[in-house]
Structure formats: C-alpha cells, structure tokens
Design a protein around this ligand. Structure first.
Ligand code: HEC
Length: 289
C-alpha cells in the first residue's frame, strides 16, 4: 500500500479505482478479512473509543461501515514516500551530489540503453499501463495448499471460464478485468519507489533481489505469447547491472517507512438501556445476517 494514494487504479490487475472500495473488499473477501458487514459494524460499536471518535469525525451515533472504510483510506493516503528522504528526489530537485556516481550511471542506463523508462516514468516510475513480461512461474503453488486454494478461489470468484479456472495455476492479471485473452498475464507496471524495503519482487514475488530482476530484464524478459515488444535482450555488462541496481535503490527513502502498530482500544460489552437499543433486532447494517 506504499504510495497507493497516488495510483489512478489499484491492484496488479487495475481492478479497483479507490482505496475505499479496496477496504471493503479486503474486509469482506473470503480469502482476506472474511467479515460479515453487520458483524464488523457491530464489533466497532463495542469499542467505546471508536464510538466516540466516529461520532466526532462523522457525526453518527454509531460507527458506520462506510465511514470505517473512509477512515482506513484516509490513513492509507498518509503512507507516502517523503521526497526529502529520497536520494533521487533530492537529485531531481537540484542536489547534484545526492546520487552516487554508480547511481548516476544507472540513471543514464535506465533512460537509455536499458529502456526501462518506456514503462517506468513519472513520479511513481510507472506508466500505470499493463504489460506481459513473461515473469517465471512461482513454484510456491506446487507446495502450498493455501496458495492453491487462494488462486483457485480468486479465479472462480472472478468468473473465469471453467477451463481456465481448472487449469490456471497462476494469476491471470489484467484478463480478469477485460476477459480478452490478449490480456492474460499482463500486470500494471508497479512503482519503483521504496524497492529497498519491498522484496520479493513482481506480482508473484518470484524474484528475491533487484539483481535477479535486472538479470531478468537483461535476458529480454521471459516467455509469454503476448510479451511486450518493448522487451529485448539488453547486453548489459556486470558493472552496468550493478549501476542499474544502485539507481533503483536511490528511489527509496534513506530509512524504511515504518508505521508503528497502535495499541488497540479495548472492547466493552454494550449495556442494555431502557429503550432496548441493544437488542439483537437492532443490529446495525440492516440485521444480524
Ligand atoms: C514493457 C514495460 C516495462 C519495461 C520496458 C520495464 N518494466 Fe519493469 N515492470 C513492468 C511490469 C508490468 C512489471 C510487473 C510485472 C509482473 O509482476 O508480472 C515490472 C516490474 C518491475 C520491477 C519489480 C517491482 C516490484 O515492486 O515488484 C522492477 C524492480 C522493475 N520492473 C524494474 C525495471 C527495470 C530496471 C527495467 C529496465 C531494465 C524495467 N523494469 C523495464 C514493466 C516494464
């Protein structure tokens, strides 16, 4: 979710356009929060501090699920890179010494010989487009029952045709949105900010280091019938690859952007009042479900 605030569309397949919508699917989707809306709302109601603070922020008697999503999204929009702490941002702002010589050579490769800039440009270093690179298969699928269940469930839930659902051992990417076979295996170009802290890489986490990523691009990517014509073998030397990695690292903050885990306010059972406003029939969200 780093810098998610700045993307026009969210997720690797661009399936969502707002953090508020993402918060709903994360709360309720079966392989994520698996929450029942009425129960989630009821739980918020059992935390006096939330009741008070939602009343202050939204003017409601009880926390509403829609407002909880707004609150989560508002928080997420604060988790963004601080350009003062990013060497490459300081360099672009005029501090020529902010980048090491290796990173400067890497920058020249990125925009020149290596051609990365074709897809990775702008403040996020992403064109926000969708491309198939032929990223290798993630072997975790073979050994992890949880991964198998999650992948198949996602496929079934997204109404992929049965043959694809049965056979697909991988995320089909943009195809889920468009249902056009030409989009199978296309993913939204990710931001290249904060890479120092966000290994492993690619939509399936198949590469553990930036060196592996650069080697992959140097080979011209992997195999895919619809692989982007922008990928081709680059013929980078060992030094050039190291320079490129140094440049990629310069787009990260000097220290990781960490959010301390908050201490959660305690729950407290509701006390029945004379008007009976806590009876089960009065559950928020239109019934106990
Ligand atoms: C054709 C467009 C395109 C070009 C050219 C391109 N990339 Fe990418 N890049 C992508 C896409 C799309 C992904 C995500 C692919 C996936 O996960 O299947 C990606 C992923 C990455 C990642 C992983 C980011 C993460 O958070 O997982 C890095 C690092 C990266 N690219 C660096 C580079 C470098 C360095 C170059 C130049 C050598 C380059 N890219 C060239 C489109 C491109």
């Amino acid at each position: 979710m780093l810098n998610a605030a700045h993307f026009r569309r969210l997720m690797w397949d661009g399936s969502l356009d707002r953090l508020e919508v993402q918060a709903r699917s994360a709360m309720q989707a079966p392989v994520e929060g698996n929450g029942n809306a009425a129960i989630v709302e009821m739980r918020l109601r059992l935390v006096p501090e939330y009741v008070d603070r939602f009343r202050e922020a939204f003017g409601t008697e009880w926390p509403k699920l829609d407002d909880a999503r707004r609150a989560i999204a508002a928080f997420e929009r604060t988790v963004v890179s601080d350009p003062r702490k990013v060497a490459f941002d300081r360099f672009l702002a005029g501090d020529a010494k902010a980048l090491t010589a290796a990173a400067q050579r890497g920058y020249a490769l990125f925009t020149g010989k290596a051609g990365c800039i074709a897809c990775h440009h702008g403040p996020l270093a992403s064109d926000e487009g969708y491309h198939a690179l032929g990223v290798p298969r993630q072997s975790l699928y073979d050994s992890s029952a949880l991964v198998q269940v999650a992948v198949r469930w996602q496929n079934a839930q997204r109404d992929a045709p049965r043959a694809l659902y049965r056979g697909a051992e991988e995320d089909l990417g943009r195809y889920y949105r468009t249902r056009d076979p030409v989009d199978i295996g296309k993913f939204r170009t990710p931001s290249l900010r904060e890479l120092r802290y966000t290994a492993p890489y690619m939509h399936n986490g198949v590469f553990r280091t930036l060196q592996e990523v650069v080697d992959f691009f140097d080979r011209g990517g992997g195999d895919a019938p619809n692989k982007s014509p922008l990928l081709r073998p680059l013929g980078l030397t060992g030094d050039e690859k190291r320079d490129l990695v140094a440049f990629l690292e310069s787009m990260s903050m000097d220290e990781p952007l960490l959010v301390a885990a908050p201490e959660l306010p305690p729950m407290q059972p509701l006390v029945e009042d004379t008007a009976g406003s806590c009876s089960p029939n009065d559950a928020p969200g239109g019934g106990a479900g």
